[in-house]
Design a protein around this ligand. Structure first.
Ligand SMILES: Cc1cc2nc3c(=O)[nH]c(=O)nc-3n(C[C@H](O)[C@H](O)[C@H](O)COP(=O)(O)OP(=O)(O)OC[C@H]3O[C@@H](n4cnc5c(N)ncnc54)[C@H](O)[C@@H]3O)c2cc1C
Length: 239
């Protein structure tokens, strides 16, 4: 079957931390998706616009929202990163393909939810968590957001607002830079925060998204030390 492709137009480009952009695009006619899916953007090389490669971005908006939302972490010299900084502006039209992926909320289990994200790995979790909460699911949901330092945090208002509305949703922050302590958050990596919490992880459905290194570590700990069954471990590595 041919991969569905669409044209979409950028409606907003905003730098929300020193190296993370939030982007909004129009939702093409007929484009539908489930939270957790990603799309492939056609990204031309700046020096030669005929040289096109695709880059994957997770959809950070819910299916019932009017526009598509994305988060992008800039990597120095990266094709997508340079294109966003130097070319993309309001009104830029781009081809996308998708939606793709199997990083979806598991509807077959009754276990509690544990979401673990580093950086822009938070993107698919926003629509997934919002949808779970809106559906009236009352199981405990814990979200741990890991970044290096306070300047790298974003979307704190969004998640603290959800926490205030839904008492069974808990938002935790882990800052890996242990030098900086002038903030109220946990100092250490996500793995260390999990260790400190002493949750019974074998009773949780675990979703992990972000840097490949963090995913490798968490996966290993879940399977070897924390007795999380393989079927309850879901991950999306931003390679
Ligand atoms: C399923 C999936 C979903 C994803 N979702 C997101 C998301 O929602 N948000 C997000 O931020 N990211 C996401 N990613 C990652 C994203 O797709 C890109 O891989 C990432 O943004 C880097 O793209 P880039 O084009 O800027 O860098 P690339 O051009 O791919 O370069 C990556 C690195 O290689 C280096 N490099 C490039 N060319 C060379 C060269 N010739 N020699 C030496 N080094 C070189 C660059 O400096 C850079 O450090 C996702 C990935 C996957 C697989």
């Amino acid at each position: 079957m041919p991969v569905p492709s669409y044209h979409t137009t950028c409606t907003r480009k905003e730098l929300i931390t020193r190296d993370v952009y939030e982007l909004s695009f129009t939702k093409p006619e007929g484009f539908t998706f489930i939270p957790g899916k990603f799309v492939l953007f056609d990204i031309p090389l700046i020096e030669n616009e005929k040289d096109i490669q695709t880059r994957a971005l997770s959809i950070a908006s819910r299916p019932d929202e009017e526009e598509l939302l994305f988060l992008v972490k800039l990597v120095p010299g990266g094709r997508l990163s340079r294109w966003i900084v130097e070319v993309l502006k309001e009104g830029t039209e781009v081809r996308i393909q998708g939606p793709f992926g199997n990083f979806l909320v598991d509807r077959k289990t009754m276990k509690e939810y544990l979401f673990l994200a580093t950086g822009t790995g938070l993107a698919p979790f926003l629509p997934q968590i919002e949808q779970i909460l809106k559906e009236g699911d009352t199981r405990t949901i814990d979200l741990i957001f890991g970044v290096r330092s306070p300047e790298d945090l974003f979307w704190i208002d969004r998640f603290t607002a959800l926490e205030a509305t839904y008492p069974h949703f808990h938002f935790h922050i882990a800052l890996s830079d242990k030098e900086k302590t002038d903030h109220p958050h946990f100092c250490g990596r996500i793995q260390e925060l999990l260790h400190a919490k002493q949750w019974e992880l074998s009773q949780k459905n675990v979703y992990v998204c972000g840097s490949p290194g963090m995913i490798k570590d968490i996966k290993e700990l879940c399977l070897t030390s924390w007795n999380v069954p393989k079927a309850d471990l879901h991950f999306e590595a931003y390679i």
